[in-house]
Design a protein around this ligand. Structure first.
Ligand code: ADP
Ligand code: MG
Length: 570
């Protein structure tokens, strides 16, 4: 099979404080693009070696000539993928590895000079290239969405109104998509940086409220990049669209080997479903390439993650994976398993094609579908108006809309559907001519809605984006999360003078942090009629209160929580 193989890089981080204090040994070494690992229990055995597109030695610091910085990782992988996006290909970068191995550091990084990860560097580069390429013939648009998959449920990280989970659906023409996921119009790097920040905070808020750990969820940041070219000679417009998917996967360690204690049973069953399925999909795709087995059976549909990333994994995409490695001897088994996973991923090839004029074609195809459905309804003696009573509430995610059914895309073989989580049940292609009037009607309405979205003007999109931004801010303010005067939320920088609470979550790996200010006087915490609003299983309506008494000399005085009869719960 032709096509480009998935680019695979591995990266080893420095020791963390705990490993240093425990005198951990480094079991990983790198030579050029080869990574070797020794078994600390059998150190006389020959090391196991693997070769990748890149092996990044980030175990030391910048003084080491071998050291791979955030910029280097971006230049090798991020920039290449961005250039493919400009060519009009779909691209995907995903980070894999054990919790704490450096996935989020590699993807998002820290908000300090030189510490930014691939995602912010790519977004910045995208806008700087766009501004350099400005011309009368060319125009660009950028839209982003940010979602989290936790226990097979999809959560919109940019829309505060969407509290529950969104439905993953399949459209006969569009393929798999998340219904009602917000797609925000952005015009500058600052816009994107702001959304990333909000999304990361929403992740923290959700995890805090639901008592989850962020290490168990997948974060998918998507940029839809459209380039329009107006030919002055012919007067014709042409368009290239690229979907850039940037994925920070959940920790790859087995759920029972770390931190799974106290987890509800249902979560336990679902928690790694997406990751397990990703492993199966990668194995099946790799086997297909090496022809070990005539695998025409790729279990994309078995999880939300693989279903949504279907194109990125085996289809129309340029894809890169970065596997984050821990250097420490105690993590030997997990690190070896990550290396093997990366080694398998190397074999996958994707057939990327340039997406030329996809919207025009899409709208045409969707309109044909609308016409076909209308005919079908007519043939059944029903007109759209006669079916008015079936009108569904379009705005509500997770509403009463049943699945849109369609056969799986013929190009990529899929397995039968899995009846799990939010994945919609599927349908046999042969059943298609017999769809009932209700189903045809729903499909008609859904398709018309998609056409309307595709036809929305840029101004309308910007207006929607602004409305959502205001809602997000109002929500954070309502929760008592500290908000700067310019409206931005306060991130990891603690105010020196004012007493405050830092995000109330037991997960020390949470990369984002929330600040709640304790005012002079009384600050009430709980669910109803409070200054700091927390929701969650164990939070009472009036949970506790804080009293802050300023000293006469102007210094902040001692402050102490007044427990509302629920000691130790916060
Ligand atoms: P993961 O997302 O895989 O769970 P993180 O990216 O959060 O892991 O990394 C865990 C910790 O290690 C974080 O404090 C992070 O800043 C630090 N870290 C990870 N990789 C590097 C690196 N290459 N250089 C410096 N610090 C790193
Ligand atoms: Mg992480």
């Amino acid at each position: 099979m032709a096509g480009a193989s998935v680019k695979v890089a591995v990266r080893v981080r420095p020791f963390n404080a705990r490993e240093t204090s425990q005198d951990a040994k480094c079991v990983v070494s790198m030579q050029g693009s080869t990574t070797s690992i020794i078994n600390p229990k059998q150190s006389k055995d020959a090391p196991k070696s693997f070769t990748f597109d890149y092996s990044y030695w980030s175990h030391t610091s910048a003084e080491d000539p071998q050291f791979a910085s955030q910029q280097q990782v971006y230049r090798d992988i991020g920039e290449e993928m961005l250039l493919h996006a400009f060519e009009g290909y779909n691209v995907c970068i995903f980070a894999y590895g054990q919790t704490g191995a450096g996935k989020s550091y590699t993807m998002m990084g820290r908000q300090e000079p030189g510490q930014q990860g691939i995602v912010p560097q790519l977004c910045e580069d995208l806008f700087s290239r766009v501004s350099k390429n400005q011309s009368a013939q060319l125009s660009y648009s950028v839209e982003v969405s940010y979602m989290e998959i936790y226990c097979e449920r999809v959560r919109d990280l940019l829309n505060p109104k969407s509290r529950g989970s969104l439905r993953v659906r399949e459209h006969p023409i569009l393929g798999p998509y998340v219904q009602d996921l917000s797609k925000l119009a952005v015009t500058s790097y600052a816009d994107i940086a702001d959304l990333m920040d909000c999304g990361n905070k929403a992740r923290t808020v959700a995890a805090t409220n639901m008592n989850e750990t962020s290490s168990r969820s997948h974060a998918v940041f998507t940029i839809v990049f459209t380039q329009r070219c107006h030919d002055q000679l012919t007067g014709l417009d042409s368009e290239k669209v690229s979907k850039i998917s940037l994925v920070d996967l959940a920790g790859s360690e087995r759920a029972d080997s770390s931190g799974a204690r106290g987890m509800r049973l249902k979560e336990g069953a679902n928690i790694n479903k997406s990751l397990t399925t990703l492993g199966k999909v990668i194995s099946a795709l790799a086997d297909m390439q090496s022809k070990k087995r005539k695998s025409d059976f790729i279990p994309y549909r078995d999880s939300v993650l693989t279903w949504l990333l279907k194109e990125n994994l085996g289809g129309n995409s340029r894809t890169a994976m970065i596997a984050a490695l821990s250097p420490a001897d105690i993590n030997y088994e997990e690190t070896l398993s990550t290396l093997r996973y990366a080694d398998r991923t190397k074999q996958i090839r994707c057939n990327a094609i340039i997406n030329e004029d996809p919207n025009a074609r899409l709208i045409r195809e969707l309109q044909e579908e609308v016409a076909r459905l209308r005919e079908l309804l007519m043939a059944q003696g029903l007109s759209a108006s006669a079916l008015g009573g079936l009108k569904v509430d379009e705005g509500s995610p997770g509403g009463a809309l049943p699945a849109i059914s369609s056969p799986p895309a013929p190009a990529s073989p899929s397995s039968p559907p899995a009846h799990n989580g939010e994945l919609e049940p599927s349908f046999s292609p042969n059943a298609e001519p017999q769809i009932g009037p209700e189903e045809a009607m729903e499909r008609l309405q859904e398709t018309e809605k998609i056409i309307a979205e595709l036809n929305e003007t840029w101004e309308e999109k910007l207006r929607k984006t602004e409305a959502l931004r205001m809602e997000r801010e109002a929500l954070l303010a309502e929760m008592g999360v500290a908000v700067r005067e310019d409206g931005g939320t306060v991130g990891v920088f603690s105010p020196k003078k004012t007493p405050h609470l830092v995000n109330l979550n037991e997960d020390p790996l949470m990369s984002e942090c929330l600040l709640y200010h304790i005012k002079d006087g009384v600050t009430r915490v709980g669910q109803v009629d409070v200054d700091i609003k927390l929701t969650g299983q164990f939070i009472r309506e009036q949970h506790c209160l804080f009293r802050s008494i300023p000293q006469p000399d102007g210094e902040e005085g001692p402050w102490h929580p007044d427990s509302g009869g629920h000691p130790g719960a916060l």
